[in-house]
Design a binder for this molecule. Structure first.
Ligand code: SF4
Length: 702
C-alpha cells in the first residue's frame, strides 16, 4: 500500500462498522500504510476496540476500487453519467409519477449524505419511496419507541450498562455484534460483584459466557416472556403506582392482555421463568438491552413494546443504570433515523403523516411537493420493482442482492428493472453488477461528515485520504443530480458542514413542534468548529446538552404520558412442516461485516471463521447422517444453499443457525439470505430474518 495520508498528524475519526460507534485514531506509517488505535477519549469506547476496529488499517484498499463512473459497463464521464441519471429519473417521473422511482440507502451513509437523499426524494421528487437497509436492523425499535414514547427516542446511554445491577441481553449476541459494549459490561461486572447478566437467546452464544442465567427461549417467544414479567410485576406489587398514575396511559389494558398470554410458548421451564422474573423485579437498577433477535421478527414491534411495558410499569426508565436500550446494528442507523431516512418518517423525528410537520418541513426546504403518505418499505420496495411499479431505483452504499430476505427474488427484480443506479466503492458487488449506471463514491477515511451511535452520540467521521480516481462524496453526487433535475438552490451545497448547519436549524423547528430531536445549539457551527467537533450526545439546544430522557416522566405524546400497549403473542409467520422441519436463525459472526465488501480484505479477520457454515444440533446431525465439517444442502421455499456443518449443542434440536455475510463473490453456493422468507412485521415492515423454515440434508456430489 502507498496511501497518501492527508493530515499532518493523527486523525480522530469513528469506526465505520457497528452501532457502538467507537472513536479511532489514525496515523500514517512510514511503510505507506496507516496505523489505527482506539481513541481513549471517545465516550463510546474509552480506549477499547474490537477485532474489526483493530483491523481497519488492513481494510483500506484501492486495488478493485471503482475509479470512474460506468454506464452499461463502459467508462463514462461524470457529466454523461449524472445527466443520464437525472434525465432517466425525470422522464420516469413525468411518465409514471413520482412514486415510480425509489432510493434504497444505507446505515453506512453519513448523516449529511442521508439528509440530502431524503430531501431530494421527499421534498423535491415528491415521493416517500426512500428506505434503507436499516429497515432490516432496527425498524421495530423505531416503531416500538414511537408507540410508547411518541418519538423514536433511546432513553439511556452506555454508562447505564455499567451502572446497572442487572443487565438483560435479549436477542443480542453483544459479544460478537457490539463487542466493545460487551467488554464494558465484562469490566463492570468484574468491578461490581452484585451485578448479574441474563442472556435470552435460543442459541448459546459467546455472550452467554458472562450470563448468570441463559434462557434458551423458543424462537419468537420474547413477547410472551415479557408479558409474563409484566404480570409478575403486577402480582408481586412491584408497580411504581405513582409513576404510572402520573406519567403512563394504558396500564390496565396492557396487564389484561399480558394476563391472557400463555408463557409456556417460551419453551422455558417454569423455574427459569420465575428465576428471571424474580431477578428483574428484585433489582431496581435494570437495563434491558435488545437487538436483532427482537427486532427481526414479524412481531418485532410488539416484542419491543412488551419490553418497554415492563420498564414503564416500574418507572425504571431514564435514570442512571435503568431503562430499555435498543442497540443498533449499523454505524449510522441512528443518524438515518434522525434525518428521516425511513419511508414513513420526515427529517428530525417529524412525522410524514402529520400535516403540521409536513408543512413545516415543506416551508423550510421551500419544497415544491411533499408526499402525504408513507412510501414503500424495503421489502415492499423490491416487490414493487419486481412488479414494474418502480421503474427506476438508485441504491447507495448497500448490497440488497445479498442482504435482503428472499435475496434471489431481489436479484430477479433488479435484473428486470428499467433503470438501476448504484453508487458504491466498487462495481464488484452482487448488486452493482446489475446496475445500468455505477457511480464511484468515497468511503471510510476519504469522506467527511457525522454519524450517530446507539446512545445518541454524534461523532465526526473525518477524511484522511484523498478520494481515489474520480470518486466523489455521496452528498455531492446527489446534489449534482438534484441540480440537474432543476432544483439548483436547494442542492447548492459546498460542504458537509453546510448541510449539517441546515439540518441543525431544521431540528430547532422540530424542537418547537415538541419533538425530541433538537440540535439547534449547533446551527451556527462554523466550518472550523464543525471540523473539530468532539463527540456529543443530543439534544444540543441553548438550554440542554445530552443526558437521559424520560427520567422526569415527560414523554413526547400529545398527552405527555407514555403509552403501555396490550401485547398479544403471535408466532413467527413461517411454520415448520414435514418438508421444511428446521427453524433457521441467521446473524453475524464476530469478524465480518455485512456482505464482507470491506472486512474480507483482511486475511486476519477471515481467519476467525473462513467459510459459511450451519450450526446443527448433534442429535439432528446423527439422525441425518451428517458428520462434523460435512457439506450440507439447506433448502427453503425461497432458495437453496450449501454450507459446512458445524455440529454443536449451542443450538437446540430442530433449530439451525447460519451467518449472513457470504456473498456470491466469496462463496457462490453459500448465500444465506436466499433462504430467508420475506415475511415482515405489519407495523415496522422489518423482515423476519430469524425464523424461516428449512430442510437440511447431507450434500451428495453427483
Ligand atoms: Fe467498530 Fe463496533 Fe468494534 Fe467499536 S465495537 S471497534 S464500532 S466494530
Amino acid at each position: 500500500k502507498n496511501l497518501q495520508f492527508a493530515p499532518a498528524s493523527t486523525c480522530k475519526t469513528t469506526c465505520p462498522y457497528c452501532g457502538v460507534g467507537c472513536g479511532v485514531l489514525v496515523s500514517p506509517e512510514k511503510t505507506g500504510g496507516i496505523k489505527v488505535k482506539a481513541d481513549p477519549d471517545h465516550p463510546a469506547n474509552l480506549g477499547r476496540l474490537c477485532s474489526k476496529g483493530t483491523a481497519l488499517a488492513e481494510t483500506i484498499w484501492l486495488d478493485d476500487r471503482l475509479l470512474h463512473p460506468q454506464v452499461n459497463g463502459a467508462r463514462a464521464s461524470w457529466d454523461d453519467a449524472l445527466e443520464l441519471v437525472a434525465q432517466r429519473f425525470k422522464g420516469t417521473i413525468a411518465e409514471h409519477g413520482p412514486d415510480s422511482v425509489a432510493f434504497y440507502v444505507s446505515g453506512q451513509l453519513l448523516t449529511e449524505d442521508y439528509y440530502v437523499a431524503n430531501k431530494l426524494m421527499k421534498g423535491f421528487i415528491g415521493s416517500a419511496n426512500i428506505d434503507t437497509n436499516s429497515r432490516l436492523c432496527m425498524a421495530s425499535s423505531v416503531a416500538g419507541h414511537k408507540r410508547a414514547f411518541g418519538t423514536d427516542t433511546v432513553p439511556g446511554q452506555y454508562t447505564d450498562l455499567e451502572q446497572a445491577d442487572l443487565v438483560v441481553l435479549t436477542g443480542s449476541n453483544l459479544a460478537w455484534c457490539h463487542p466493545v459494549l460487551y467488554q464494558r459490561i465484562v469490566a463492570a461486572k468484574k468491578a461490581n460483584p452484585k451485578m448479574k447478566v441474563v442472556n435470552i437467546d435460543p442459541r448459546r452464544t459467546a455472550t452467554s459466557d458472562i450470563a448468570d442465567l441463559h434462557l434458551a427461549i423458543a424462537p419468537g417467544g420474547d413477547a410472551a416472556l415479557f408479558n409474563r414479567l409484566l404480570v409478575e410485576i403486577h402480582e408481586q406489587g412491584a408497580v411504581d403506582s405513582s409513576f404510572v398514575g402520573q406519567h403512563v396511559d394504558g396500564f390496565d389494558d396492557a396487564v389484561n392482555a399480558a394476563s391472557s398470554c400463555d408463557s409456556t410458548v417460551t419453551g422455558l421451564s417454569e423455574a427459569d421463568i420465575r428465576a428471571f422474573c424474580n431477578m428483574w423485579i428484585g433489582t431496581e437498577k435494570v437495563v434491558t438491552v435488545y437487538s436483532q433477535g427482537v427486532n427481526q421478527s414479524s412481531a418485532g414491534s410488539d416484542k419491543v413494546n412488551a419490553i418497554l411495558n415492563c420498564h414503564l410499569a416500574t418507572g425504571r426508565i431514564g435514570q442512571p443504570g435503568m431503562g430499555p436500550f435498543s442497540v443498533t446494528g449499523q454505524p449510522n442507523a441512528m443518524g438515518g433515523r434522525e434525518v428521516g431516512g425511513l419511508a414513513n418518517m420526515l427529517a428530525c423525528h417529524l412525522d410524514l403523516e402529520n400535516a403540521e410537520h409536513r408543512s413545516a418541513v415543506k416551508t423550510f426546504w421551500a419544497a415544491p411537493d411533499m408526499p402525504e403518505a408513507a412510501g414503500l418499505k424495503a421489502v415492499d420496495m423490491f416487490n414493487a420493482v419486481a412488479e414494474g411499479r418502480i421503474k427506476a431505483i438508485w441504491i447507495m452504499c448497500t448490497n440488497p442482492v445479498v442482504s435482503m430476505p428472499d435475496a434471489d427474488a431481489v436479484k430477479a427484480a433488479l435484473e428486470g428493472c428499467d433503470f438501476v443506479v448504484v453508487s458504491d466503492l466498487t462495481a464488484d458487488t452482487d448488486t452493482a453488477k446489475l446496475a445500468h449506471v455505477v457511480l464511484p463514491a468515497t468511503g471510510w477515511g476519504e469522506k467527511d461528515g457525522t454519524v450517530t451511535n446507539s446512545e445518541r452520540c454524534i461523532s465526526r467521521q473525518r477524511g484522511f485520504l484523498p478520494a481515489p480516481g474520480e470518486a466523489r462524496h455521496d452528498w455531492d453526487i446527489m446534489s449534482d443530480v438534484g441540480r440537474r433535475m432543476g432544483w439548483h438552490d436547494a442542492f447548492d451545497y459546498q460542504s458537509p458542514a453546510e448541510i449539517f448547519r441546515e439540518y441543525a436549524v431544521l431540528s430547532g423547528i422540530a424542537g418547537q413542534l415538541g419533538r425530541d430531536f433538537d440540535i439547534s445549539g449547533l446551527s451556527d457551527l462554523g466550518d472550523d468548529a464543525y471540523d473539530s467537533l468532539e463527540p456529543l450526545h443530543w439534544p444540543v439546544t441553548a438550554i440542554r446538552a445530552g443526558g437521559r430522557f424520560f427520567g422526569d416522566g415527560r414523554f413526547f405524546t400529545p398527552s405527555g404520558k407514555a403509552r403501555m400497549l396490550p401485547i398479544h403473542f403471535r408466532t413467527p409467520q413461517s411454520h415448520p412442516s414435514a418438508q421444511y422441519p428446521f427453524r433457521l436463525n441467521t446473524g453475524r459472526v464476530r469478524d465480518h461485516w455485512h456482505t464482507m465488501t470491506r472486512s474480507a480484505k483482511s486475511s486476519r479477520l477471515s481467519q476467525h471463521l473462513a467459510e459459511p457454515y450451519l450450526e446443527i444440533h448433534p442429535s439432528d446431525a446423527t439422525r441425518l447422517g451428517i458428520a462434523p465439517a460435512d457439506i450440507v444442502r439447506v433448502t427453503s421455499p425461497q432458495g437453496a444453499s450449501l454450507l459446512r456443518a458445524l455440529v454443536t449443542d449451542r443450538v437446540h434440536a430442530g433449530q439451525v443457525f447460519a451467518p449472513m455475510h457470504w456473498t456470491a463473490q466469496y462463496a457462490s453456493a453459500g448465500r444465506v439470505d436466499t433462504l430467508v422468507a420475506a415475511h415482515t412485521d405489519p407495523v415496522s415492515g422489518q423482515p423476519e430474518s430469524k425464523a424461516s423454515v428449512v430442510n437440511v440434508e447431507k450434500f451428495q456430489a453427483k
